[in-house]
Design a protein around this ligand. Structure first.
Ligand SMILES: [Zn+2]
Length: 384
């Protein structure tokens, strides 16, 4: 090798990586990006976050959604499991109301989207198409009338549990008590199918997952779960589950949380989960909301993590290998994770992930499916 080639090689590599990034940005500018799980609604409610402005902290706002090409974010109206019964319904309505205020304040930038054609027309007009979802079946207070009312309010998806069992479904991070879904739990799945709400199996136990697949007539999603083969936490999906999900026509959306994608961070996450005792406050109304606000402020301390952008790409590669390219999506969990991966600090940096996928040989049409095409198919099949 001559001295001349030694000098020119790094320059050629740099030019190459600039080209790849430019190609990635072009893909994001012309794709309908969907992220099936963001926890930003908490910040809107409890921190009065102005979504229209760019913020130095947090992971998501409208300028960064546009930069990252995420036109159709799913905003989870997450209610902690210590809100019980009608208190959980009240809290859900507070979160819903907080998001409606955002839509009313910035109608030219963001609006509620209830189906695939609303998403497409909003995105075409350069607006963010916000999909509202629920995170935890306890939010229906064991009543299908409440579920149907949420659907009337424009909510289009629900995880069957959060991190504890509820009265009709077992969670992945609790001791099983129902052996999966109860008879009422199966009715919830059927009713969601009937009224056009997407069944979300992130957070449920393996048995609840398989019970759900046996009942559902529509594709289901894992809105924010990664691959257990690479990071062995119960919240991730085994290869057997990923295979079954693809045969159902569903989508696994890869979670970017450090413990979900890097085994070393997973160990730390599991230690933290096991060492923290879970207690439920005996509070209601404003006092309970105050308790939730205090917990929120301690929840998202930025953490030093091992996980990097290459780990996200590894999970995408693994899910594509097991499920096929038509069944993989993005569910970053931004604003719900303490340590985003190195190289992917917020949703505005999504083109860097796409550049990594291009470098690994993924074709442009496959990347467009992963960035949103696959989730759009499920939305169309379920919500119209
Ligand atoms: Zn979650």
């Amino acid at each position: 090798m001559t001295r001349r080639t030694l000098l020119t090689l790094p320059l050629a590599a740099a030019a190459n990586s600039q080209d790849t990034l430019a190609q990635a940005r072009a893909i994001h500018a012309t794709s309908l990006g969907v992220d099936s799980h963001l926890d930003t609604a908490q910040r809107v409610l409890m921190e009065n976050l102005d979504l229209s402005k760019r913020h130095a902290d947090g992971h998501v706002d409208i300028p960064r959604l546009k930069e990252g090409g995420v036109r159709a974010p799913f905003f989870a109206l997450w209610v902690p499991v210590y809100y019980k019964g009608s208190e959980a319904v009240r809290r859900t309505l507070q979160l819903h109301d907080a998001m409606l205020k955002v839509f009313a304040a910035h109608p030219g930038q963001i609006a509620l989207a209830r189906n695939a054609s609303e998403i497409e027309s909003l995105a075409k007009a350069g607006r963010i198409a916000a999909v509202l979802t629920l995170e935890g079946g306890h939010q229906i207070a064991d009543d299908l009338a409440v579920l149907r009312t949420y659907q009337h309010l424009g909510i289009r998806s629900m995880t069957l549990t959060h991190f504890r069992n509820n009265n009709w479904a077992d969670a992945s991070t609790d001791k099983p008590v129902h052996n999966g879904l109860t008879a009422f739990g199966k009715d919830v799945v059927r009713e969601m199918n009937r009224i056009g709400m997407i069944v979300d199996i992130s957070h449920v136990s393996d048995k609840t997952f398989f019970d759900t697949l046996a009942v559902t007539s529509k594709p289901v999603i894992a809105s924010h779960s990664s691959c257990r083969a690479l990071s062995p936490v119960p919240r991730n999906m085994s290869d057997e589950m990923i295979g079954a999900l693809s045969r159902n026509g569903g989508v696994i959306s890869i979670n970017f949380g450090e413990g979900f994608i890097h085994p070393k961070d997973a160990e730390a996450l599991m230690r933290a989960v096991q060492s923290v005792g879970y207690s439920e406050p005996a509070l209601s109304g404003a006092a309970l909301d105050e308790y939730a606000k205090k917990s929120h402020s301690t929840l998202l301390k930025p953490a030093a993590v091992q996980a990097a952008i290459s780990d996200v790409a590894n999970h995408i590669d693994h899910a594509v290998k097991i499920a096929g390219v038509d069944h993989v999506g993005i569910g970053s969990d931004y604003d719900g994770i303490s340590g985003p991966p190195n190289g992917l600090p917020d949703i505005g940096k999504m083109p860097l992930l796409t550049a990594e996928l291009l470098r690994r040989g993924h074709k442009e049409d496959a990347i467009r499916k992963i960035l949103g095409g696959n989730l759009m198919r499920v939305i169309r099949e379920t919500c119209g």
